[in-house]
Design a protein around this ligand. Structure first.
Ligand SMILES: NC(=O)c1ccc[n+]([C@@H]2O[C@H](COP(=O)([O-])OP(=O)(O)OC[C@H]3O[C@@H](n4cnc5c(N)ncnc54)[C@H](OP(=O)(O)O)[C@@H]3O)[C@@H](O)[C@H]2O)c1
Length: 348
């Protein structure tokens, strides 16, 4: 039986697909990129408040990598203990509306959209209406597909959690990555003075994103006391809390966003987040963390910024759907400058 919103793997020949089927990158369990394979699966069905998107491009992000590996193990409680309940990989999507549920009011068949749709590494994916927005007219589908999760995370960490204000000095670690490449641009768009921290090979990228200053962490310590920041977004996730605090002004704000260095069970961020929130009770600095909220409405406000030319997705490489495993390996190797897109099916 095919569960609504999911895609059952039915095997088949990708050169002569059966009626009602589609190509998809599936995973039968958790593991490395070697477990991914291109298969013919049944097209998913939509519910009343859902939208069927014909996928033109999908975006790759760290969260998708976590869903592939099933690490930290804690996430399996939500996504499936032995194997993911949604066997098709991918979350970020850009495409054309192919069908809408009976209660959908914001979109119609033929609209160009982007947003978050579990199972986006496929010809079709199902998204909740409230997780989609109108695609920016000035972007290709590949560019649009790499926006949603990373840019929403950056926007929410800066504004809702970090409460950034014009003129503030903002430090962004992990500035060359998916979330960081948007954080630098969005902080500039808010009128902040931005310093981006990254490795040597990516300094030019971070400068090109509009950073006022760049710090090569292999040569310079951002916490050496030379400069203090009103707001620090820690996206890289590896500096200790005490180093991050040293980079802050006495009443500055630290927002923890990422981290990959924790154990397999709870991941890199949970322990640091708890420590930060506890310390925050006893000091004048505000130490907190951000968790992405997948909001189509907030994505609409990013559409406006993108169309105004204030934010531009930075694509490192584009891979065809069948090469999704290579895209994963590229991300895993830490070579990505900005974002990686998956081309699924060009619009006709
Ligand atoms: N809180 C949330 O809701 C949320 C949402 C999305 C993502 N995240 C997390 O945020 C983190 C970043 O995500 P992303 O999509 O931006 O990942 P990404 O595209 O892989 O970028 C991570 C960046 O961190 C930098 N980095 C890696 N090792 C580093 C080190 N040792 N020191 C300093 N910087 C280092 C890398 O740049 P260099 O090569 O220049 O070092 C890389 O560009 C991940 O841990 C992800 O899970 C959290």
């Amino acid at each position: 039986m095919i569960t609504k919103g999911q895609a059952a793997v039915i095997g088949g020949d990708k050169d002569s697909p059966a009626e009602g089927t589609m190509r998809a990158v599936v995973q039968d369990g958790y593991g490395t990129a070697d477990i991914l394979r291109l298969a013919q699966v049944a097209r998913p069905e939509i519910g009343d408040r859902e939208v069927l998107v014909r996928v033109h491009a999908a975006g790759l992000d760290r969260g998708t990598w976590h869903l592939m590996t099933g690490k930290p193990y804690l996430l399996r409680l939500a996504f499936g203990v032995r194997s993911p309940r949604q066997p098709v990989l991918g979350r970020d999507v850009a495409g054309t509306v192919a069908a809408v549920g009976s209660a959908v009011t914001r979109f119609a068949v033929g609209d160009e959209v982007y947003g978050i749709a579990p199972g986006s590494f496929a010809d079709f994916a199902v998204a909740r209406e409230d997780k989609l927005a109108r695609k920016p007219v000035n972007l290709t589908f590949e560019q649009a597909a790499v926006v949603p999760i990373s840019a929403l995370t950056a926007q929410q960490a800066l504004s809702r959690v970090g409460r950034v204000r014009p003129g503030q000095k903002v430090l962004v670690t992990g500035a060359s990555g998916g979330v960081g490449s948007y954080a630098v641009q969005l902080a500039k768009a808010c009128g902040a003075e931005v310093t981006g921290v990254c490795s040597t090979a990516k300094l030019d990228l971070v400068r090109s994103l509009g950073a006022d200053h760049v710090i090569d962490y292999t040569h310079q310590d951002f916490a050496d006391g030379e400069q203090r920041y009103d707001l620090v977004l820690d996206i890289a996730g590896n500096p200790s809390l005490s180093r991050l605090r040293r980079a802050l002004t006495p009443t500055g704000t630290l927002v923890l966003v990422g981290g990959e260095e924790g154990g397999d069970w709870t991941g890199g961020t949970i322990g640091r987040q708890l420590r930060a929130r506890t310390v925050s009770l006893f000091v004048r600095q505000r130490l907190t963390s951000a968790l992405n909220k997948e909001s189509g409405r907030e994505l609409e406000s990013l559409t406006d910024l993108i169309e105004a030319g204030r934010v531009t997705p930075s694509i490192d490489r584009t891979f065809p759907l069948a090469e999704a495993p290579d895209a994963m390996r590229h991300l895993e190797a830490g070579r990505v400058r900005g974002k990686v897109a998956i081309t699924v099916r060009p619009p006709r």
